[in-house]
Design a protein around this ligand. Structure first.
Ligand code: SF4
Length: 554
């Protein structure tokens, strides 16, 4: 590593200026904070807010919170203020942040690799019911989010979560977010390599450490040795994808610089092969590059993808090897074509140890605390102590004996979760939306759930894999650019010329080896009310016109 502290070293400050001298990179001497976010991070490390929450804010209440903590550092502990109820989407862009802030928080529970024990899921269920009005959403990065959290209750929530090995540390903020991992790591019969030890080692060494607690912006990581390629590796800042090297055997191909939002970009391969034991060092080298060379002047250019766009993978690899790792990495092969069009592990599947895992589909990731507790009890009653969340907002119960599968499936269906869901239930995702998100323009979760119900009713025989991703604003929390049908929330005009909630349509996005972003259909905006009609039309036309073997995305 070239630098081991979050404070830029003299060595880094002596590096030659590149052509992007003016972008706020520490490595070329830009230590003077260039915007408000950089200033508050310099004033005090985001991680330090925990002490103030425990000793001041939770005792003196919401009004005692320093604004720089409220809208800045709280995120380092997974806390965002949620949207004040009753503010319509038309006012999102015109109100000041404090006018949108409710005095309740969203709290994100970090679930690295999506791995949960029964005791952990039970604890989240209890916290949800006691402190979060029963709310619980599974996110598209394997976390679980709670809402309606009061600052007074945060220390008690941490105590309950941490007692079972969960945390909210760096669940949000300009730091390494949750490390997503294959939800069937270590058990899948077709697995190339189990990345779990690498995820655990990264957590142990670096999460909550001052070394990476001041990055230019968020940093997203993924590790999967599944041939299904089940961690959306193409759109993470760094991803380790399982491959078999012809001489060295199973290891990982490294992808860097992916990300969505308003300037979407697919990650690029560095062309290296990394063995399991080297993953944490390579991860830390790439995060170090982001910390030192990442652009800090403009928030809109502060993701690693912009540095990768300027450097390209060859220069990036050269800096990684020579300045950070101090050694060369082996060249390696690319991953093969994903082995399945669906990447979510829904259904009943045999594990390599002869037991089974059972993936099931909550609608658009929405569950609730009481139901999470029931899922935990159901898993335990069927001999399982492990569950996983997926990046499709779904869940999996692991380690079920053959003789228990039928009863477990019946139990899940009694809770309203289908193990053989329709393509709509399986393939639809929605972000948080206007119910809680301060940036939202439209409602998403309830819209997504009713859309699923409506499409199931109208098209009971439709069987083609299809993904429908719904965002509440131009950001990309539900990955609209990578969906067959991506819906970007905005206000649109209805037939009578009234401004109503609706969506800009993107069609034909895909991940996998033929990855590409959906095309914005020029001028095509649908109102929320028109959505079922529109999607039914698109899918029916596709069914009528497609050629043999053609996928929706092609
Ligand atoms: Fe909020 Fe927009 Fe993200 Fe949805 S996409 S959660 S509305 S910021």
């Amino acid at each position: 590593m070239a630098a081991t502290s979050h404070t830029p070293s003299a060595a880094t400050s002596r590096r030659k200026a590149g052509r992007h001298r003016g972008e706020g990179q520490w490595a070329v001497g830009h230590f003077t904070p260039l915007n408000g976010n950089e200033q508050f991070k310099k004033d005090d490390d985001g991680l330090n807010v925990r002490t103030r929450i425990e000793t001041i804010y939770s005792k003196a209440g919401f009004d005692s919170i320093d604004p720089a903590d409220l809208r800045g550092r709280m995120r380092w502990w997974g806390l965002y203020t949620q949207r004040k109820p009753g503010i319509d989407g038309g006012r999102t862009a015109v109100l000041e942040p404090e006018e949108l802030d409710d005095e309740y928080f969203m709290m994100r529970v970090r679930i690295d690799g999506g791995r949960l024990t029964v005791a952990q899921l039970r604890a989240i269920g209890e916290v949800s019911q006691t402190y979060a009005r029963g709310t619980a959403d599974i996110t598209d990065r394997q976390n679980i989010q709670l809402h309606w959290v009061r600052i007074e209750d945060v220390p008690a929530i941490w105590e309950k979560l941490e007692a079972v090995g969960l945390s909210t540390t760096e669940a949000c903020g300009d730091c390494p977010r949750v490390i997503i991992g294959s939800p069937v790591a270590g058990i899948a019969a077709d697995e190339i390599i189990d990345g779990t030890p690498a995820i655990e080692e990264i957590e142990r060494r670096y999460i909550g450490s001052r070394e990476f607690s001041n990055l230019p912006r968020k940093f997203k990581s993924a590790v999967s040795g599944s041939p299904v390629q089940d961690v959306v590796h193409e759109i993470n800042d760094i991803a380790f994808v399982g491959v078999v090297h012809p001489e060295h055997g199973p290891g990982f191909d490294v992808w860097v610089g992916g990300g969505l939002s308003t300037s979407p970009r697919l990650g690029e391969r560095l062309g290296t092969w990394v063995p399991l034991e080297d993953v944490p060092d390579v991860w830390a080298g790439v995060v170090g590059i982001f910390r030192d060379y990442g652009y800090r002047r403009l928030r809109t250019r502060a993701r690693l993808k912009f540095l990768m766009a300027d450097w390209g993978p060859e220069r990036f690899r050269d800096v990684l090897e020579n300045e950070y790792l101090k050694r060369k990495l082996a060249d390696g092969p690319p991953p093969a074509e994903p082995s399945n069009r669906w990447r979510d592990h829904i259904g009943v599947h045999e594990q390599k140890d002869g037991r089974f895992y059972v993936g099931f589909a909550p609608r658009v990731g929405r569950v609730d605390g009481a139901t999470l507790t029931k899922i935990a009890e159901l898993a335990a009653a069927h001999g399982s102590d492990r569950l996983n969340t997926t990046v499709e907002q779904k869940m999996i119960i692991l380690d079920v004996a053959r003789g228990q599968v039928e009863s477990l499936v019946a139990g899940l269906e009694a809770l309203g979760f289908q193990v053989t869901p329709s393509p709509f239930r399986r393939g639809t995702m929605a972000c948080t939306g206007i119910e809680f998100c301060k940036l939202a323009i439209v409602e998403t979760k309830a819209r997504g759930a009713s859309l699923i119900d409506e499409l199931e009713r109208r098209m009971p025989d439709f069987e083609e894999p299809v993904t429908i991703n719904i965002n509440g604003c131009p950001n990309a929390c539900a990955r609209i650019q990578t969906a067959d049908i991506g819906l970007k929330g905005q206000l649109v005009l209805d037939a009578d010329g009234r401004q109503v909630e609706g969506f800009q349509v993107h069609l034909g996005g895909a991940l996998g080896l033929q990855a590409g972003f959906g095309r914005k259909v020029r001028g095509l905006k649908v109102t929320s009310a028109e959505l079922p009609d529109y999607i039914e039309r698109v899918l029916t036309r596709f069914g009528e016109q497609r050629e043999d073997g053609e996928r929706f995305a092609s």
